[in-house]
Every structure is written in C-alpha cells, then in structure tokens.
Ligand binder design. Structure first.
Ligand SMILES: [Zn+2]
Length: 238
C-alpha cells in the first residue's frame, strides 16, 4: 500500500520515498507518493523521480491493486532499483491548475444545487454533469454567483470521520451535498467556508486549494444536453 501524501497536504511539491516494487509494464510503486492517481475525474499527476545516478520523468500516476499507487514514466528508460530512496518532484504548475478547477467544481455544485452524475477536471477547464431536465434560463447569474464565491475567499478545510461517528450524527449527512460512501471505515469530508459562512460539505478524496480566492476568475462555458435528463456544464479559468 502506498501512503498518499497529497491527501494530508495537497501543497507538498517535493518528498522522499522508497521504491517498493517495479511493475511488468515499467511502472514504479513507491512506499509513499505525492503524485495524485487518475481518479474521480481528475488526471494523474506528472513530475520527476530522482535517485543517485538517475532521473526519470513521470507522465502520470495510476491506481494499482491493494492500495498501490504506480508512477508511470513518460518514456522507457532505466528505472530506480527496488529499495532505493528517491526524491519525488511534482509538476506543481499543472497540479495547481487541477486543484483550482476541482475546487471550482465544488462551487459549481453549490450554485447549481442539482444531483451530479459525473464530472471531469483538466488544467484550464472542468465540467459537471447534472440531473437537469431544463437548461438554466440565466447563465449570467450562474457565472456571477460562481465568481462571488471565489471573491469571498472562503477557507477550504478537510477532516476525517468514521462510519460510526457518521451513524451517531445523522444530521451531518443531511447537511452534505453528496451522500458519503459507507462501509469504508473512514470518510474524508471537504468543507468550504465555516460556521454561518459554510456553503458546502461533501465527501471527497481529491486535491483542493486552501481558499476559494486561489481559483481566480471563472467563466461559464457551454451547457450541453446529454440525454433527456442530463446536462453537461463547463467552467473555464480565465
Ligand atoms: Zn473535491
């Protein structure tokens, strides 16, 4: 199992780790990593792995079996030996853009309070699919509301709760915008704003900026019809 360092600190850009195993496909399994693996609609991180006598560029990270996170080299080349200590360096510019868009999608789910059926994050745009039979009449109002939430510079905080704690606090589930997955033991909650200014609380394993102001100005993109019940709403950073 690879310890996911990005989960406790999404702003970590460099770390040491040890090579746990190499896969038949040339992937590198580490004992801990700061590379976020492709999942939840967010692309895997890229960066570099350095070790005494070698360096390899990492194109992405994927989930393996039994909690292993696999760093995937950009091109075939000499790999670090199993057991060696390596230095991980994140392509921070790309990840920060993913964090801005990902956090902006939380805001979109606040501004459009409808059930979300899917989503995707890239460096300069993102989308959510909503259970939305009718297209919204006032697109400008959505964009204004999004940028208001950005301008309020609300704090984004993360906390963990156990299944038992959640069962003991049924009111908490009611305040969440998405039902948490049960039976996993521990659930990570992401809260935007706090106290009277709390605007969103939902279970999420992704990477977020610390304050909504870091997202920067947003532009509402196109709204596509996807079947009878669904609409795909795009947002862009500007
Ligand atoms: Zn999230």
């Amino acid at each position: 199992m690879t310890q996911p360092l990005f989960r406790d600190d999404a702003y970590l850009t460099e770390a040491t780790a040890r090579v746990f195993a190499l896969t038949d496909e040339g992937g590198i399994v580490l004992d801990r990593t700061l590379f976020y693996p492709t999942g939840g609609g967010q692309p895997g991180d890229s960066g570099w792995i350095d070790w005494p006598g070698g360096q390899i560029e990492i194109a992405t990270c994927i989930k393996g079996t039994e909690g292993a996170l696999i760093a995937v080299p950009a091109a075939p080349g000499p790999l670090p030996p199993v057991g060696v200590e390596v230095i991980l360096r994140l392509d921070w510019g790309r990840r920060l853009r993913h964090m801005r868009i990902h956090t902006a999608l939380h805001l979109l789910s606040v501004v459009i309070p409808l059930p979300v059926t899917g989503g995707s994050v890239s460096a300069d745009k993102g989308r959510l699919d909503f259970d939305m039979p009718e297209s919204p009449e006032d697109k400008t109002a959505i964009e204004v509301a999004l940028n208001d939430l950005v301008a309020r510079n609300l704090e984004v905080t993360e906390s963990w709760i156990s299944d038992d704690e959640l069962r003991a606090n049924p009111g908490l589930v009611k305040t969440m915008s998405v039902a948490p997955p049960m039976g996993t033991g521990k659930i990570r909650l992401v809260m935007i704003g706090s106290g009277a200014n709390q605007i969103d609380l939902q279970p999420c394993g992704g990477t977020h900026v610390r304050h909504t102001g870091e997202i920067g100005r947003l532009r509402l993109g196109k709204i596509e019809k996807k079947g009878a019940q669904n609409r795909r709403v795009y947002i862009h950073t500007v």
